[in-house]
Design a protein around this ligand. Structure first.
Ligand SMILES: *[C@@H]1O[C@H](CO)[C@@H](O)[C@H](O)[C@H]1NC(C)=O
Length: 374
């Protein structure tokens, strides 16, 4: 028995050595891919870091900075160029990256590409090449932190394997393509801090795998589709600082893993859904700077655990809910600039809050405000 195992182990080791040897003779770069990379490189200039200085020689699969290939066929699978990272190439240069130029449509000839990461180069401008939608294998598209303009390609829904789409911190305009809602494997969507306008497509809730949807700081208008409230994996939703109208869907109160919700700086009206405020996993809720009215639902429980709850700058009326006294934890609370009235309850969490949390209401009184109750 023992010798059989030793024999298996030996065979396995031989196999390992053989496959490592095969790894050494990995296929060299496909000539067509190499030409596409050279073309891509011509579109960009990198005056400080020299990331392309290693892009010489015949084999782009060997030691070309930021390029990775499939060793079985020499096709380029990954381009990873980050202008802000811990990478030695940046620490050696003693500065973060800066590139000028455009993303060449030559990139679309790399049809085995699974990851395209061209992040934080600050000055790469021009559009996202529309032909990118013909890259069938792409899973990660990360172009954050450049100066890209134009709109998201209409056909983006063709990227059926996409799991990460990040074009935040650019100057992307136009509306959200309807086809976006076809990318049913999408897990992370970050379009924040652009100039995207128009409504959120009503089928947005089809994105059942989505765990982060960050669309804040755009010009998005229309109402929040109720379908978002049925996204069972959505943990972080940021729609802050847009032009969104209407009510917060009641369905938001039954999202099983929602942990942060930013709707601040919109034009939302109506009441705060009681289910939302009382939901147990929610740690950050910012509804500040809208036109919400009605009472603050008195629904807090020992399972309420808010690191931050900001309801300031609305039109809320009634009193400060007494059930906040039973909340498991409330770190930061801001109820200022509303129309609340009455006695602030005594006890935790109110004993560690400051007067600014309650400032500019109609007739609140008691600690921590200087106004004593009559
Ligand atoms: C909530 O949003 C407002 C408006 O965008 C912002 O000023 C405020 O700092 C945010 N609150 C918290 C606690 O981050």
């Amino acid at each position: 028995m023992a010798s059989k195992q030793a024999c298996d182990l030996l065979l396995f080791s031989v196999f390992l050595v053989a496959s490592t040897a095969a790894g050494v003779s990995a296929a060299a770069c496909s000539a067509a891919d190499q030409a596409a990379l050279q073309e891509f490189r011509k579109g960009l200039s990198d005056p400080y870091i020299g990331v392309f200085s290693s892009w010489t020689g015949k084999n782009c699969c060997s030691n070309w900075y930021g390029v990775a290939c499939d060793p079985t066929n020499g096709r380029v699978t990954d381009i990873t160029l980050r202008g802000e990272s811990e990478d030695p190439i940046l620490t050696r240069a003693g500065r973060s990256g800066l590139m000028i130029g455009r993303i060449s449509s030559a990139i679309c000839r790399l049809d085995s590409l699974t990851a395209l990461i061209i992040a934080d180069w600050k000055q790469i401008s021009g559009p996202i090449p529309a032909c990118i939608t013909s890259l069938p294998a792409i899973r990660i598209l990360d172009l954050v932190g450049n100066r890209l303009t134009g709109s998201l390609p209409d056909g983006i829904g063709k990227l059926s394997r996409l799991t990460v789409l990040n074009v935040a911190d650019n100057q992307i305009s136009g509306s959200l393509p309807k086809s976006l809602t076809q990318i049913t494997g999408l897990m992370h969507l970050n379009l924040g801090n652009n100039r995207i306008s128009g409504p959120i497509p009503s089928g947005f809730g089809n994105l059942k795998m989505l765990s982060r949807a960050l669309l804040g700081r755009n010009q998005i208008s229309g109402q929040i589709p109720a379908s978002i409230g049925y996204m069972n994996r959505l943990a972080d939703l940021d729609l802050a600082e847009n032009k969104i109208l209407g009510e917060i869907p009641a369905s938001f109160g039954s999202m099983p893993v929602l942990s942060s919700l930013y709707l601040d700086g919109n034009r939302l009206s109506g009441k705060i859904p009681a289910g939302l405020l009382g939901s147990k996993g929610l740690g950050i809720l910012n509804l500040s700077r809208n036109a919400l009215d009605g009472d603050i639902p008195d629904v807090f429980t020992s399972r309420s655990y808010y690191t931050s709850l900001d309801l300031s700058y609305n039109k809320l009326t009634g009193d400060v809910p007494k059930s906040l006294l039973t909340a498991g934890f409330v770190g930061h609370l801001d109820l200022s600039h509303n129309h609340l009235c009455g006695r602030i309850p005594a006890g935790s969490p109110f004993d560690h809050l400051e007067a600014t949390s309650f400032a500019s209401n109609d007739c609140l009184c008691g600690w921590p405000l200087p106004t004593a109750c009559q």
